[in-house]
Design a protein. Structure first.
Length: 142
């Protein structure tokens, strides 16, 4: 069966391969597609809204405590990683839903693993937040 697949791949003609064009129109369309993806995730994914809300709180907290550039780098990296992972999770869920509407154990594995990735990144980001802000919060009270 593996050789049949290789033979089929070798028989693909050049007409079947979509050639991507280059240029400013493609560049602008790629930006538009990116913003469409952000808009979709923002309007359809509750967990992304929660992460954005928490990001705003962390940004305000960072401004209030006047954290160092190094701490800003840690915080911004962690927040970006959460948002990126959440977007990938949304993409994986959409692809799984496209492939099958029926319950399938492997579909569950794909969705659960994507969700777990967001969870792990969120834990790491929480650890970074504690590292940066906990000493400053303690200093407010002691």
């Amino acid at each position: 069966m593996g050789t049949e697949l290789k033979e089929k791949k070798n028989k693909i003609s050049h007409r079947e391969i979509k050639v991507k064009t280059m240029g400013i129109k493609r560049f602008i369309n790629s930006w538009k597609n990116s913003f469409d993806g952000l808009k979709y995730a923002y309007t359809h994914e509750q967990s992304l809204l929660i992460h954005i809300f928490l990001t705003i709180i962390v940004l305000i907290t960072g401004l209030y405590f006047k954290i160092s550039y190094t701490n800003w780098a840690l915080i911004l990296f962690a927040m970006s990683l959460i948002i990126v992972t959440e977007l990938l999770n949304t993409a994986i869920e959409a692809v799984v839903d496209l492939v099958t509407e029926e319950y399938h154990p492997l579909a569950k594995v794909a969705k659960d693993c994507a969700s777990a990735a967001v969870f792990i990144v969120s834990l790491v980001a929480t650890g970074m937040w504690v590292y940066v802000f906990l000493p400053k919060i303690i200093n407010l009270f002691f």
